[in-house]
Unconditional design. Structure first.
Length: 397
């Protein structure tokens, strides 16, 4: 193949302007070529589905152990000890991945369904007494903040540290900008609480967290590795689902005909949630680092370079999706990269879909209409897309 120079581009994908409304920038990035050069940070990037999948499929050429944010761990000290699953390559990754996949497998999650359903019904009871609600505070945060820490077995005191920690983690994948600095303002106490909450004795005996320590007891992991995997669950498991659920509500408020489709058949709630994760992906971006010279979409990239993959742009690439901006709960969502792709694909996918499916189905059975009740306010984060508030009116069925 003929190698061509990539288009240079001066967007800052971590600026307020970009993060507030990324989609016009995503389109420009996709149209600029299969690979672009982002001069401001001296990095490569791709916003097309084909190349994003190519990068994420080839974990030998595009590694994670140099960090999956802008910072190159080979040159800069990471802000915390690296994750031993997210920021790791095989063979370490294979060993830790196996443990978390088992801890979060469908079999492990089976007993959670009735608990999640009960909590969803309780939440809908209180929502319908109110009519005017905030889709973020009252639903998107309220539901995962109850069911997720309970499922893991996190201690009940101090749970208010969980979202600030996730906000730190996901801002830290970007540059050290104001978002990052603000998120880190209370870092010491938040990290202190998280560190303590990851210890075996801090976890409830019957939670999913303890099953990670069972792998330590079986000799698969060191104690400190088990602790770091609990930290991964607490890092990745809450902000993502908070925004996932809030963003799904935003999709339905923006496409009211699709709420009618779901109400007519709440059994499609899981696909509907997945379609929302395609259209309004909570995790917008991740980086990889090249381990050798590579040809990506006809552009030569040298070894040791950072490559930014725009997952959310790939999820709206018209080369892959028909009518990509349309929210269609009957769409065949397979192939979207909102949960990633390849060996690093989200290990919490089944847990997040259990939350999304159960909550959307409970709402669909009892809410006739979801309407916007004011301007949604974005929650800006260097990696996550979501809302700070989402004023809604819920009409009882
Ligand atoms: C997927 C993800 C996001 C953030 C943190 C982690 C993983 C982790 O392993 O700590």
């Amino acid at each position: 193949m003929q190698l061509s120079p990539a288009a240079a581009c001066d967007f800052d994908p971590f600026s307020t302007e970009f993060l507030s409304d990324p989609y016009p920038f995503h389109e420009a990035l996709r149209e600029a070529g299969p690979v672009v050069r982002l001069d401001r940070y001296g990095i490569w990037a791709t916003a097309r589905h084909e190349q994003v999948v190519a990068v994420l499929s080839d974990y030998e050429s595009y590694c994670s152990s140099a960090g999956v944010g802008l910072s190159d761990f080979r040159k800069e000290k990471p802000w915390r000890p690296p994750s031993i699953i997210l920021e790791a390559d095989p063979p370490l990754h294979a060993r830790t991945h196996r443990v978390l996949m088992r801890a979060l497998s469908p079999a492990a999650l089976r007993d959670l369904r009735p608990v999640f359903e009960l909590e969803a019904e309780r939440l809908v009871d209180t929502l319908l007494q109110r009519r005017e609600v905030d889709g973020v505070a009252d639903i998107g945060r309220a539901y995962p903040l109850k069911v997720f820490p309970d499922a893991i077995g996190v201690r009940s005191d101090g749970r208010e540290n969980l979202l600030p920690y996730g906000n730190m983690v996901f801002n830290a994948f970007g540059p050290p900008n104001e978002l990052f600095r603000d998120a880190m303002s209370r870092a010491q106490e938040v990290i202190g609480w998280i560190t303590a909450a990851c210890e075996r004795d801090a976890l409830a005996a019957n939670g999913l967290g303890r099953s990670v320590y069972a792998a330590h007891d079986a000799g698969e992991l060191a104690y400190d590795e088990a602790r770091l995997l609990i930290r991964s669950l607490l890092s990745a498991g809450l902000d993502t689902t908070v925004h996932g659920i809030s963003n799904a509500l935003f999709c339905f408020a923006s496409f009211p005909d699709q709420w009618d489709v779901l109400r007519a058949d709440p059994s499609i709630a899981r696909t509907a949630f997945d379609e929302a994760m395609r259209l309004e992906s909570p995790v917008q971006t991740f980086f990889r680092t090249t381990t050798r010279d590579v040809d990506l979409g006809g552009t030569l990239i040298g070894a040791g370079e950072k490559v930014l993959t725009f997952l959310a742009a790939a999820n709206r690439d018209p080369r892959r999706w028909s009518d990509p901006e349309r929210f269609d709960v009957h769409r065949r969502t397979g192939g979207h990269v909102g949960f990633g792709h390849g060996i690093h694909r989200c290990v919490g996918e089944m847990l997040s879909k259990l939350e999304g499916e159960i909550l959307l189905a409970a709402l669909a059975r009892r809410v006739r209409a979801i309407e916007l009740n004011g301007e949604p306010a974005p929650h800006l984060n260097n990696t996550l897309r979501g809302f700070e508030s989402l004023p809604l009116v819920l009409e009882a069925a």
